[in-house]
Each structure stands twice: as C-alpha cells, then as structure tokens.
Design a protein around this ligand. Structure first.
Ligand SMILES: NC(=O)c1ccc[n+]([C@@H]2O[C@H](COP(=O)([O-])OP(=O)(O)OC[C@H]3O[C@@H](n4cnc5c(N)ncnc54)[C@H](O)[C@@H]3O)[C@@H](O)[C@H]2O)c1
Length: 450
C-alpha cells in the first residue's frame, strides 16, 4: 500500500507547505535496485583506529571513491571538510577509545561531516563489546558508544542511518559482509541498531551471489514480507522452497515458478507438520526463515481463548517445533542459518497485542537461548524485528494508528517488505554466522521499544 503523505511531502508544493507548517518531511529512501553491483555509489570516508586498516584492504570493492579523515591507518586520499565531496558512507572505528577524554573524538569526528552527507547516507561506528573488556573504564567508554550512536541516529536527516557494530576478536574478517549491508541501500530502513559480530569460519565466496549453492525454506511465502524474502534470497543465488497454507497454493505456485523454486502447501500448525516438512526436504536445508505469522488483536479483557491460542500456535509454537524437528532429523545442515520474524511489538509491547507480542518476544528468547547451543555446528539463529512495514497486515490498521505507526520513527515513514527481506538475506549469508542470538530491528528507529 502506498504512503501518499511521502508523495505529497516530496512534491514542490507539498515540500513548501510541510516546511511552513513544521510537519514531518520524510524523504524517499534510496533502495537497492536489481542489477546494481557496488554497495556504495559515492564517497566512503574511513576514520579512527586499528580496524580501518582491514577495511581499507577491501574498501575499493565497495566504491572507487575512498577517503580518510582523522586516521593514520587508511591509505586513501584525505577528506577536507567543506572541500571534499558529499559523503555517501562513513565508518569511524572507535574501538580504541578507552576513556572519557578520548570520547570527545566522537564529536570531533562527526561534527564536520553532518552538513556534508549525501541523501540516504549510511554511517557505521565500530567498537569492542564492553563485556569483552576487563578494564572497567574502557568498558564504560565502549558502552558510551551505544548511547551516542542511538542519539546521533535520531538527529540524522535526509534518510541517513547509523549503526554501532561491536567487533569481537577474530570477527574482523566478517566486516566486509556487514559493511556491504550496513553501508548500502540494503539497510535503508535499519537505523540506531547495535549489532555484535563474532568470529565465523564460513565466508561468502561470490559477492554478486552470496547465497549460491544454498537451499532456503521460507514459511508464509505466498505474499507480503515472505514473498519479498523468497525473491531476495533467490536474487542472491539461493534455491528457494516456498511454504504457505494450502488455501494460498495458487499464489505460492506462481511465485515458486517465477523464482525457479519449489512450493510446499502446508499448515505449519498441522499435527504432523514436522514430519511432512522433513519429507519435503530430502536433500536437507541450509537456511530456514520462519516468517509465517498472524495477528488476532484484542485487549486482554476481551481476548478469546481462540485468538490467544491461534497466534501463539502459528507465531511461536510452530517455529519451535519445526526447528526442533529439522535439527533432530539432521535436515538442517551444519553452518545453517535460522531467521525468526519477530516484531517491535515483542520488544516494546503494544496495546491490544498481548498474544502477538508474547509470541514475538518468545521468538527473540528462542534465538537467544538456542544460539550458544547451535554454535558448535556453525549454525546461527537470529530474530528480525520489523517495525511498521507496508503490507496487507498493516493496511488493515485504522487510519490514525496507521499514520502514527508510519511517522513515529527517525525515518518518518513505514518500511517496505524489501527492507525486511534484505536484512534476512544478509543474516542468511555464510559469513553472517558472525551474528547469532540477536534481534535486528528493521523499523527506521521507531520510537516504540527503542
Ligand atoms: N507487516 C508488518 O508491519 C509486520 C511488522 C512486524 C512483524 N511482521 C511479521 O512479519 C511476518 C510477515 O508479515 P506480513 O505482513 O507479510 O503478513 P501477511 O499476513 O501478509 O503474510 C503472512 C503469510 O503467512 C501465511 N500463514 C499464516 N498462517 C500460516 C500457517 N499456519 N501455515 C503456513 N502459512 C501461514 C499466510 O497465509 C500469509 O501468506 C509475520 O510473522 C509478521 O508477524 C510484520
């Protein structure tokens, strides 16, 4: 469903009116277009500490315009505030900041850049996870990065985003995959996020088809976000298996045929769903995306047992049971990737959604609990928590609530199914075993549950 306010705010008359009335003026976000090769179309600025050197080694593959600022480590031409080009992407390695005194480098680095950012610029701050540091003041300084990053993300304009990546020991080799996502339009609707990277043995071989040779199952794939996920995984080279309820068979078959994949018509809540699924996947599976989900909204006072049970069964029980079955049967391959579609409702809570929010919070808990148990097999499990995404699900929300849902975020608009799909596709990559047990929000830094 289209957001007419964005169309209006970006028209000549609308732009003037919106400005004069002090209304939110969301920009049209730049998104990844099919056929594009380079993650960054414009200038990339590198600055800061020791992680700049490993990034500089692959930076020329991201863009041919690499600049350095406030760094001795980057073998690139210097960027001069007021004279250098507008910046499309910025990385500051703040991992060596260990004191209050040194934190001032954050202000000194970012201040001159802020008026020199291109539209839909993507900024990344790098640090070391505070929990990994023995020295309390150093841990405190690194934890300070989180407050800084989340706040600066809220101050950015013109579709710019900012994330903080805590880079663990040995995770430097996975920075390319992470930066290809967070510095490109693939992360257009992700902002203010804190992600921890750890060492990971597997690596993407071909960046134009990072999922080549991988088999991916997507539940709820007949429409909406699930269909976009299936399309994106197929674009990235995966062989896709699309699952949805038998009633959605026509749409499912049509999409599977278009993507060169296979369809499975199955209700994930059927008593024998696990056994049926295993039978349908005789060659095993590398990537499992639990996307199927439903809402049955009522305040708790009015919640029927049927509404409660249906939501918990589809959204939480089925992903638990099916993942367990895929693991027990050996169907899920080593170095597999499991991605659970949660929601910011599961983080912030939402009136009228006790059942839905419980199910989505349960998924985040499932990722946290299973991650350490699956680490030995190289399997990662993460939740993706979308905010307001323009789909049939959100089209049914009453107008005023829908408008509030769209505007109450740093980017001032709803996201698209593609935005969620890009995050899932990144987490599905071989190198994204670097991330596990985490919840990545795709919500434009919604004020809910921030
Ligand atoms: N749209 C949003 O703004 C939003 C926000 C946060 C989270 N999410 C989550 O993203 C996921 C996809 O959302 P959407 O907006 O695309 O929803 P949607 O209703 O458009 O699509 C959901 C799909 O799941 C399928 N499905 C439902 N029950 C099933 C079952 N028992 N077995 C097999 N398939 C089943 C449906 O047939 C449908 O094709 C859901 O988990 C949802 O909770 C969506």
């Amino acid at each position: 469903m289209s957001d007419r306010y964005i169309d209006f705010a970006n028209s000549a008359l609308g732009h003037r009116l919106v400005g004069a009335l002090g209304l939110p003026s969301p920009v049209r976000l730049e998104r990844w277009q099919a056929g594009r090769l380079r993650p960054i179309e414009g200038a990339l600025l590198l600055g800061g500490g020791p992680l700049v050197a490993p990034i500089a080694a692959f930076a020329h593959k991201l863009t041919d315009a690499v600049y350095s600022y406030a760094s001795d480590a980057a073998p690139a031409q210097a960027w001069i505030p007021g004279h250098g080009p507008r910046l499309k992407a910025v990385v500051l390695d703040a991992s060596a900041l260990t004191s209050v005194e040194q934190l001032k480098q954050l202000r000194e680095f970012f201040q001159p850049l802020l008026r020199n950012l291109d539209n839909s610029a993507h900024l990344v701050l790098l640090g070391r996870a505070p929990q990994s540091l023995d020295e309390p003041f150093a841990a405190s300084a690194q934890r300070a990065l989180e407050g800084f990053a989340r706040s600066l993300a809220k101050e950015l304009r013109n579709g710019a985003t900012l994330q903080l990546l805590y880079v663990g020991a040995g995770a430097e080799s996975q920075l390319e995959g992470a930066l290809r996502f967070f510095l490109s339009p693939k992360s257009a609707y992700v902002s203010g996020q804190v992600v921890r990277l750890q060492a990971c043995a597997t690596q993407v071989q071909d960046w134009s088809r990072p999922l080549a040779g991988r088999k991916a199952l997507v539940t709820g794939a007949a429409r909406g976000i699930g269909a976009a996920i299936a399309e994106t995984l197929a674009r990235d080279g995966a062989h896709v298996v699309l699952l949805d309820v038998p009633q959605a068979r026509a749409d499912l078959d049509a999409l599977a045929a278009r993507l060169g994949g296979r369809s499975v018509a199955l209700d994930i809540c059927a008593a024998d769903a696990g056994a049926q699924l295993i039978e349908q996947l005789p060659d095993g599976i590398d990537i499992v995306v639990h996307n199927a989900g439903i809402t049955r909204d009522k305040t708790l006072a009015n919640m029927t047992p049927e509404f409660w049970d249906a939501v918990l069964a589809v959204n939480l029980q089925a992903p638990q049971t099916l993942t367990q079955a895929l693991l027990d049967s050996g169907t899920l391959a080593d170095n597999g990737r499991v991605i659970l579609l949660a929601s910011i409702s599961g983080i912030a809570g939402n009136r009228g959604q006790t059942n839905y929010a419980a199910s989505k919070a349960g998924l985040i808990g499932l990722a946290e609990a299973w991650a350490p148990l699956l680490h030995g097999r190289g399997i990662s499990i993460n939740a993706v928590a979308p905010g307001f995404i323009e789909t049939q699900m959100t089209a049914h929300i009453p107008f005023a609530l829908r408008e509030a849902g769209r505007r109450m975020s740093s980017l001032g608009q709803g996201g698209l199914p593609q935005d969620v799909a890009e995050a899932v596709a990144w987490l599905a990559q071989p190198g994204s075993g670097a991330v596990s047990g985490q919840a990545l929000r795709v919500c434009g830094q919604s004020v809910l549950g921030a």
